[in-house]
Design a protein around this ligand. Structure first.
Ligand code: 5GP
Ligand code: MN
Length: 337
């Protein structure tokens, strides 16, 4: 999709107090794209606030100005005050307001125009300006494209470049997933030129894990991974008790789902993590196996063809029953692609 340049320039020209939002359970791209845009807009003289529905894991919390983010779940009044002043709202890395949980009511009540920048399919009609495209690797990549298109490339300073580069690295699995294009590399190159310290960023992201997180990973892979070659599927189930045993902290299971795909012949990988209120589901696939469709149809979620998420409000037993029921016909239909 083409970038709605004139509309964005028009809104950016008029706005002084800008709020930048992303989805619940913010990941590296949600945090990187919002903070990357935040720094660029601050450099352009705008008054900006990043508002997220809830907290983010520690492996991305080092991003510049992450400490200035307002979290709706713990700072409701402050967030509502900010929205009263807002004259423009950016909606990053989500395709419909319900992905922001309870924050969606506040966004909905705010009369300021909403600009969507997002790489998920099927954007809703809740936005005034739409820059929605499933081709770019990440929303962070799209934020760079947008800033270049409105001639604000020079607003990307070292801090902005650091956040945007981090968003690209996390959403592309360090430039290895098929969403990575030559343009992704070009943009990453530009961000390095603008000050993103690539080796240091990889270090901060991947080599700062806690011992218990690494042990939880080892346990999940050796004791909890069920591999079904006939169904080209591998999945991991982690219970509340197991999370407690390994001193689980938010983000500890991030990326674990990908390991199943490292097994030859496996096309679909899943992880089911039993949290207090619900079971969080992550799905990954290779090729043209649309796990977002599987998640939309059965697990109250969505996402991309090769990376989707969802949730289950019953117990693990009922979830696995559903999984074993829906997977064979799904693999039958899509597994050869
Ligand atoms: P993850 O497995 O890392 O939580 O999410 C993978 C992808 O699926 C992300 O791009 C995310 O936007 C999407 N996703 C995760 N959870 C949900 C959900 O509950 N609903 C929808 N629609 N998408 C989700
Ligand atoms: Mn993303």
């Amino acid at each position: 999709m083409k970038i709605p340049v004139q509309e964005i320039i028009h809104h950016l020209g008029e706005a002084q107090n800008i709020i930048i939002t992303a989805h619940k359970n913010p990941d590296g791209d949600a945090l990187g794209s919002t903070l990357g845009l935040y720094h660029a807009l601050q450099n352009a003289g705008k008054n900006c606030t990043v508002v997220l529905p809830d907290g983010f894991p520690s492996f991305i919390a080092w991003m510049p100005s992450a400490d200035k983010i307002l979290l709706f779940d713990s700072m409701k009044e402050k967030v509502v005050e900010q929205f009263k002043k807002a004259d423009l709202v950016f909606c990053l890395d989500y395709n419909s307001l319900d992905r922001t949980g309870e924050l969606s009511a506040v966004i909905q009540d705010c009369p300021a125009p909403r600009i969507l920048i997002d790489h998920h399919p099927f954007p809703s009609d809740e936005f005034n300006v739409l820059y929605s495209d499933t081709f770019p690797s990440s929303t962070s990549e799209m934020v760079v494209e947008m800033l270049l298109a409105v001639q604000w490339g020079q607003m990307i300073d070292e801090k902005s470049a650091t956040c945007l580069y981090t968003g690209i690295v996390t959403d592309t699995g360090s430039f290895r997933f098929s969403c990575t294009s030559s343009r992704t590399h070009e943009i990453a190159g530009q961000l390095i030129q603008r000050g993103a310290a690539n080796a240091h960023i990889h270090d901060l992201l991947f080599d700062t894990q806690s011992e218990s997180r690494l042990k939880l990973l080892g346990y999940a892979l050796s004791e909890k991974m069920i591999v079904n070659h006939a169904l080209k599927t591998a999945y991991i189930v982690l219970t509340q008790a197991e999370l407690k045993r390994f001193h689980y902290r938010k983000g500890d299971t991030e990326g674990m789902v990908n390991y199943g795909l490292a097994i030859q012949g496996i096309k679909v990988a899943a992880i089911f993590v039993e949290h207090e209120e619900l079971i969080k589901i992550s799905l990954r696939s290779k090729g043209k196996v649309p796990v977002n469709e599987l998640s939309r149809n059965y697990f109250s979620g969505g996402g991309h063809t090769n990376a989707a998420g969802g949730k289950w409000e019953g117990d693990l037993e009922s979830l696995l029953k559903k999984w074993n029921e829906v997977l064979p016909p799904f693999i039958n239909e899509h597994g050869e692609k």
